[in-house]
Design a protein around this ligand. Structure first.
Ligand code: FMN
Length: 181
């Protein structure tokens, strides 16, 4: 069992991240969640707190912060980082090293050698667009394990590749990554 940091971006699939957080906790992991500010407009962080029993963080500035430097505290605490869902915007910030919110900053601050997994979720046209393909290749080169999205019917009304992998599969991927450590 491990300390898992789950970072969620502003994808329509963020509702599945609550189930994912719950399943990780039920598997015996300690789970803390960070939502991007836009993800927190789609799903309230309190829901993540309810299923994990831990404070969910969005911003490290202002009254909601946990401590003096939440990005360092959370990154040091985490034994494994899972970004799910990784929106086009969030994964692009990770590929560029843009530390402009707690989610992207904590990912940069994760110590080397700790497993980092990323599960994209987006419209099929976005997924196969040149910038996203480039950014995913960059992330793989940087040591991220990219958990390929599923194909099927998307919430945006089209069929294709881009659905977030099912929470149970993501839990299994986390277990496999921990076993490889
Ligand atoms: C309801 C809704 C659903 C969205 N779903 C997705 C999605 O699945 N994947 C994606 O990359 N962007 C999606 N977007 C667009 C992102 O929310 C937008 O690009 C945002 O700036 C990304 O924020 P983030 O970088 O904090 O994740 C969606 C937007 C809305 C309003």
């Amino acid at each position: 069992m491990a300390r898992i940091l789950l970072v969620a971006g502003a994808s329509v699939a963020v509702y599945k991240a609550c189930d994912l957080a719950s399943k990780l906790a039920q598997a015996g992991h300690e789970v803390r969640c960070v939502l991007t500010p836009r993800a927190a407009t789609l799903v309230h962080p309190q829901l993540f707190e309810a299923v994990t029993g831990e404070r969910a963080a969005v911003d490290e500035f202002g009254p909601e912060r946990r401590g003096a430097m939440d990005h360092i505290e959370l990154a040091t605490w985490a034994e494994l980082l899972l970004v799910a869902p990784a929106s086009a915007g969030l994964l692009s910030r990770l590929a560029l090293g843009l530390a402009d919110d707690l989610a992207s900053t904590v990912a940069l601050a994760l110590p080397a050698g700790r497993p980092r997994l990323l599960a994209p979720a987006m419209n099929p046209h976005m997924l196969c667009s040149p910038p996203i393909a480039r950014n995913l290749a960059t992330l793989r080169g940087d040591g991220w394990q990219v958990l390929e999205p599923d194909s099927g019917h998307m919430a945006c009304g089209v069929d294709g590749k881009g659905r977030l992998r099912e929470p149970a599969e993501l839990v299994a991927a986390v277990a496999a990554a921990l076993a490889r450590r």
